[in-house]
Structures are given as structure tokens and as C-alpha cells.
Design a protein around this ligand. Sequence first.
Ligand code: SF4
Ligand code: SF4
Length: 62
Amino acid sequence: MNKIVLINGSLCIGCGKCVELCPEKILYIDSASKKCKVSDESACDKRRGCERVCPVKAIKIK
Ligand code: SF4
Ligand code: SF4
């Protein structure tokens, strides 16, 4: 499976800004790790809203 949404777990601070913004609702905060995860990458619009909103540049769209 191709990786589209790349999340750097060591940078993510779990702020949830990308989760709130994502129009496709495919990002969520994992309750165990408190880090951002992606559910269904195939639904990603690739418009990079999450990249722009992330304060620590932990998320990249390929
Ligand atoms: S690029 Fe858009 S649709 Fe894809 S994960 Fe980021 S905010 Fe969501
Ligand atoms: S905006 Fe960045 S730091 Fe915040 S939850 Fe999303 S990936 Fe993690």
C-alpha cells in the first residue's frame, strides 16, 4: 500500500489541529499514544491542509 499521509510520531505533540481541520475526517488522536494517526489514506484529498496547520511539521503528504 502506498503511503500518502506520513506522520512523524516523534515530532507530533497530539494537539489535534490537523484532526479538526481535515475535511475528509481521516485523522485522529490515538488514545494510547496521544499521537496523530490516519485511518483511511485513500480518502485523502492531498490538499495539504494538515501540513500547513501542524505547528511542529510532523505531518507530510506525499
Ligand atoms: S491532506 Fe487534507 S484530506 Fe489529507 S490528511 Fe491532510 S487535511 Fe486530511
Ligand atoms: S497538527 Fe501536528 S502535532 Fe498536532 S496532532 Fe496533528 S500531526 Fe500532531
